[in-house]
Ligand binder design. Structure first.
Ligand code: GUN
Ligand code: ZN
Length: 440
């Protein structure tokens, strides 16, 4: 066992509101292995209240620091690191001009391994300890990312990007080399083989990954849904209702469905552990479908602002009661930093609200990128919080990391002011250390 003495931020996750934070100015976080050997939170609370109980445990004292849950990024693309900040009129030209050409390069194992190393190092450097990530349409990219996450002991879900149409050949799924199977069949067989190889190994999870309806044939979507039905604890990830031109395209390709979102529902791709990125242009029936199916939205504010896609409507999502959390959407998104994503969500929340003038509180923003995101992924009580039983993934924040942060946080008169100062002024410099739960 090991203990850390510092200020500690966690979420009560009980009662109302669900995002209420608890903050110990002088706290103690005790971590140690459970029966499986995985390091979990054993106790957390005020130092004075816990010090006698854990008198024999080595304590690392971190004066002036804040320990907080590791961040959970609900949606990003590891094959898009090199195209962050590529300007385009909107989503579809951005995909065509930058994204697909770059993703074509994720066919070589060396290229994939180098990108996976950089991507996970960058997530961790920014305090992200759990991610649901798109790989490319090549099995090499999935193996590379899982291998690197396993080496680091990180909790990560990814899967083979399913796309069998409407993109250059090099970025589509491939037919079996001997010609015995077409690309659609082969992509589904590859997905199942990768799932069996990686799902629930250590802290890894497989995500069945139809890119979005316009890039998948009806057969491929149906095949993905059949696979999902056979593996109910696997994840599903896709995109929906991000951009007006994308929506018109999806509607034209699947005219029999009531809406773009319904295209996925009609084949059986909406359920708990199904995560749909964006969900900007939904109507009330779509939001009810999200709620009733148990699917979750990954809200990607920096991407939506950068690509001019629109604004997530938090008030409408809350009225419908479906689950959502925050995501970087690298590389449509502009930053690996959860602070930038939370600030983007604050700006976007002002624009997208149906109730004028309201936006999100700092506790809501922080919760949506930690415990709330974990809950939306079906991982409540496993990651995203620092309460007993959670895996011991956490960040050590240094609020003195820059002169301005030091000056502003010293003036904070409340927890909300302190959190807001870090959301607005924070970036990778605020993350002094990222600690990943050990397996002993
Ligand atoms: N829709 C389909 N593919 C993508 C992607 O890679 N990024 C974003 N932002 N939207 C998508
Ligand atoms: Zn995306």
């Amino acid at each position: 066992m090991k203990a850390y003495r510092a200020a500690v931020l966690r979420f009560t996750d009980q009662g109302e509101p669900v995002h209420a934070a608890a903050f110990e100015e002088d706290g103690l976080l005790v971590v140690g292995p459970d029966d499986s050997g995985r390091h979990k939170v054993q106790a957390v609370g005020a130092y004075n209240a816990l010090k006698n109980r854990f008198a024999g445990v080595a304590i690392e004292h971190l004066p002036g620091r804040i320990i907080a849950p590791g961040f959970v990024d609900m949606h990003n693309h590891f094959a898009q690191t090199n195209i962050i900040g590529s300007p385009a009129e909107g989503l579809l030209p951005w995909l065509e001009n930058y994204t697909f050409p770059e993703e074509q390069r994720f066919a070589s194992s060396d290229y994939c391994a180098d990108a996976a190393r950089f991507f996970l190092a960058e997530l961790l450097r920014n305090g992200v300890t759990t991610a649901l990530t798109f790989a490319s349409c090549r099995t090499e990219s999935v193996d590379a990312l899982f291998s690197e996450a396993q080496r680091r002991g990180m909790r990560l879900m990814t899967g083979l990007c399913l796309m069998d149409r409407h993109a250059p050949q090099g970025v589509l799924n491939r037919a079996a080399p001997d010609g015995s199977r077409n690309a659609t069949e082969q992509s589904l067989l590859d997905s199942e083989a990768l799932l069996q190889k990686w799902h629930a190994k250590d802290r890894l999870g497989y995500a069945i990954t139809p890119r979005f309806a316009p890039s998948c044939s009806a057969d491929q979507l149906r095949g993905a849904a059949e696979l999902a039905a056979r593996y109910p604890d696997a994840w599903i990830q896709s995109h929906v209702a991000e951009n007006k031109a994308e929506i018109a395209w999806a509607r034209a390709l699947f005219p029999a469905s009531r809406s773009y979102l319904a295209t996925y529902a009609d084949v059986g791709l909406l359920r708990s552990r199904a995560v749909y990125a964006h969900c900007l242009h939904l109507d009330a029936a779509d939001r009810d479908l999200m709620h009733d199916s148990g699917a979750a939205a990954a809200v990607c504010p920096t991407s939506n602002l950068f690509l001019g896609s629109g604004f997530f409507d938090y008030a409408a999502a809350d009225r419908a009661g479906f689950q959502y959390g925050l995501a970087s959407d690298i590389g449509g998104g502009t930053s690996f930093s959860p602070f930038h994503t939370m600030l983007g969500a604050y700006y976007a929340g002002r624009e997208g609200q149906t109730k004028q003038g309201l936006s999100l509180s700092p506790q809501q923003l922080w919760w949506q990128h930690t415990a709330g995101a974990a809950r939306a992924l079906g991982l409540a009580g496993t990651v995203g919080n620092l309460v007993p039983g959670c895996e011991a993934d956490f960040v050590v924040l240094n609020p003195q990391a820059t002169p301005l942060l030091a000056r502003r946080t010293a003036c904070a008169d409340s927890l909300d002011e302190l959190l807001f100062a870090m959301v607005v002024l924070g970036d990778d410099r605020l993350i002094e250390r990222t600690v990943i739960s050990q397996a002993s």
